[in-house]
Design a protein around this ligand. Structure first.
Ligand SMILES: *Cc1c(COP(=O)(O)O)cnc(C)c1O
Ligand code: SF4
Length: 331
């Protein structure tokens, strides 16, 4: 099967994504007529799939674990009790433009409003990114605030996806942050190196290598099939630039809710020299209930992982509890 070329700069790949569900299904030799997805669902959270990611899906398989993460479903329109619009109450922890401060010693900096991909289970699907991603001017105010918070040692770039932003902007912001003496670490939460491995280019590697801060990147992979040779090479280049690599996943029905899938994922991550970090149970946001895995079953899976994997390949199963001062462990 031939999928459109994934060549081109990362910026081209970021703009030339698949947005039409019919096109996505056709490239996978799947019957588009079986898909029923309302215009309402697509309008609320449009389809967005980088071609490089689509190329890793298995043609002819309607249950492909990569496809299920991005394919819209009419179930997203269901009104499920217990599933909210801002389940983490993030709007309550927004002290400065672009800053979320919930956890001791660390702040989240919202540096880019967009993502390369739209993951259907995303807990931020209703978050007002656009209002919360400052330009340089507004950052001046937030940088000043940060300089006056000596107990903060780590800045976490988040979004959206921070690596959807340009290297010029990221290099500028990172440089300004590194001028604040009490900041020692920069963490980047991103799915882009997995979605569009070409994002890990010389410019990115240059500002990362040059930066005095300790660097941690938390990538987001849910299934072993997401990691191919190109992704592995991008990750290797990040490691060479001095970046420690961790992974977080979300436990998703139909995607990775089996011990075999999770074990395979941990092994594949380790092959790419990425340490498993968190396995999140789903945040209960409206429109994602069809991905939900019960907590009892999640704990059963963890028991099996602990039995079969070395301890360092077992991720921590966590839930986000609104108002809690850290993620809440479930084991
Ligand atoms: C997860 C998260 C962090 C970082 O938590 P760690 O436990 O340090 O990985 C920080 N801020 C927010 C808002 C988060 O959701
Ligand atoms: S990359 Fe992360 S923030 Fe973006 S849609 Fe996917 S889960 Fe949500």
């Amino acid at each position: 099967m031939l999928i459109a070329s994934t060549a081109g700069s990362w910026q081209q790949q970021l703009s030339d994504v698949i947005t039409d569900p019919d096109e996505l299904l056709r490239t996978l030799n799947l019957d588009a007529s079986q898909l029923s997805v309302s215009a309402q669902v697509l309008k609320q959270f449009p389809l967005r799939v980088p071609r490089s990611f689509a190329a890793r899906m298995q043609a002819g398989n309607p249950s492909d674990p990569l496809l299920l993460q991005v394919l819209p479903s009419d179930k997203e329109g269901d009104d499920t009790p217990g599933f909210d619009f801002d389940p983490l109450s993030e709007s309550d922890f927004n002290p400065q433009p672009g800053i979320l401060h919930k956890y001791h010693g660390r702040v989240l900096a919202l540096v880019a409003p967009h993502c390369a991909v739209h993951c259907r289970y995303c807990f931020r699907r209703h978050f007002p990114y656009e209002e919360n991603t400052p330009g340089r001017q507004a950052w001046e105010q937030s940088l000043e605030w940060l300089a006056g918070q000596p107990e903060i040692h780590e800045v976490i770039y988040s979004g959206g996806d921070p690596l959807a932003a340009s290297d010029k902007y990221l290099a500028w912001l990172t440089n300004r942050i590194s001028e604040i003496p009490h900041i020692g670490r920069l963490r980047i939460h991103t799915r882009t190196p997995v979605m569009i491995p070409a994002r890990v280019n010389d410019e990115l590697l240059a500002w990362l290598s040059d930066c005095r801060l300790q660097k941690v990147m938390v990538i987001h992979v849910n299934h072993a099939n997401e990691i191919d040779a190109e992704v592995t090479e991008a990750l290797q280049n990040l490691r060479r630039a001095g970046v420690t690599l961790l992974n977080q996943s979300v436990l998703l029905k139909g995607v990775n809710d089996s011990a075999a899938a999770l074990i395979d994922l941990s092994e594949r991550l380790m092959d790419a020299q990425v340490m498993p970090y968190y396995l999140h149970v789903l945040d209960r946001v409206q429109g994602v209930a069809h991905f939900d895995v019960s907590e009892t079953y999640a704990l059963q899976l963890m028991a099996e992982l602990k039995e079969k994997l070395p301890g360092y390949l077992v991720p921590r199963l966590v839930r986000e509890v609104p108002g809690a001062s850290s993620k809440t462990g479930l084991q």
